[in-house]
Write a protein that binds this ligand. Structure first.
Ligand code: NAD
Ligand code: MG
Length: 284
């Protein structure tokens, strides 16, 4: 049995977007543990926010399952290098930094992936921004717009650019959140985008069914990542995950298996769905 860390955690503020290297305890992205068995052999995967946290765990798992991976991220070069080092198994890994709020960058991610690998079989839209605000009046207008640009508009843009390079049987996986239908009020802009991602997923799946391209989303509960320590108040970070039935936050490696399933050919009849990975917090 895995013995993952439980709260209380040490106090640790970090500026956005946060560095995984500086976290205590260090998040487990499967670097030492994930064992592949050829489930994604030969596939090409583009994953946003893959330098750290859930995206890193997905990139490591995908590579160890036989995929070549493109790791898109904002600017955390050191974390991205660690993702690349963790992939093992001899698969290729292309690192692409840049800001998803920029339309041209969304297009460039797809162009550079196709230039290197010729196509996209799995697209994982996982990057996100969030910030805590105690009062509605405190939310800056430009932060609201930026949150939507990064969390949902970029998904629309990347999907649109990627689609012409995706063959029947390909898979799109978006990272939503438990906030998609249980919004935490202090994360209002973020939670609103996570609801939009779940809705977008269900709608797009219906549009792409005739092309046999599947679209699903994952709704994590509390997962121990840089996003958390760079955006939440100290007390919440110190008790993070303590209210779940399992009494602890999930580690990124515990979220990766659902992405592997949804990316694989075994999931050929699974589309338009949202999967909770919440440590037992109900999502009905
Ligand atoms: P993380 O900080 O490790 O990953 C988020 C990544 O998004 C960052 O590494 C960063 O490179 C990228 N990013 C942020 N702004 C960007 C921008 N402007 N341009 C390009 N990239 C940008 O944190 P994580 O928790 O692993 O987050 C991954 C996904 O999981 C997010 O969609 C998040 O909303 C979702 N999620 C996380 C939790 C949790 O408790 N950690 C819960 C529910 C959902
Ligand atoms: Mg990061």
């Amino acid at each position: 049995m895995n013995d993952y860390p439980k709260p209380p955690f040490p106090k640790q503020g970090q500026p956005v977007p946060g560095s995984q290297k500086k976290m205590d305890p260090y998040p487990d992205c499967g670097e030492q543990s994930y064992k592949g068995s050829g489930r994604l052999e030969g596939k090409i995967a583009l994953i946003t926010g893959a330098d750290s946290g859930i995206g890193r765990a997905v990139a490591i798992a995908f590579a160890r399952e036989g995929a070549d991976v493109v790791v898109a991220y904002l600017n955390e070069h050191e974390d991205a290098q660690e993702t690349r080092a963790g992939r093992a198994g001899g698969r290729q890994c292309l690192l692409l930094p840049g800001d998803l709020a920029q339309k041209a960058h969304c297009q460039a991610l797809v162009d550079k992936t196709v230039e290197r690998f010729g196509r996209i079989d799995v697209l994982v839209n996982n990057a996100a921004f969030q910030m805590t605000h105690e009062h509605f009046e405190d939310i800056p207008d430009d932060e609201w717009v930026m949150t939507f640009d990064v969390n949902i508009t970029a998904i629309f843009r990347i999907c649109q650019a990627a689609l012409k390079h995706m063959q029947p049987g390909s898979s799109i996986i978006n990272t939503s959140s438990v906030n998609s239908d249980m919004p935490k009020p202090t994360l209002l802009p973020y939670a609103t985008t996570k609801g939009a991602i779940a809705n977008f997923t269900a709608g797009l799946a219906q549009m792409l069914g005739e092309k046999n391209i599947r679209v699903n989303c994952v709704a994590p509960g509390p997962i121990w990542t840089p996003l958390i320590v760079s955006s939440m108040p100290d007390e919440e970070v110190q008790n993070f995950g303590g209210q779940t039935p399992l009494g602890r936050p999930g580690q990124p490696v515990e979220v990766a298996p659902i992405y592997v399933l949804l990316a694989s050919d075994e999931a050929s009849y699974i589309t338009g769905q949202r999967y909770g990975i919440t440590g037992g917090k109900p999502m009905l």
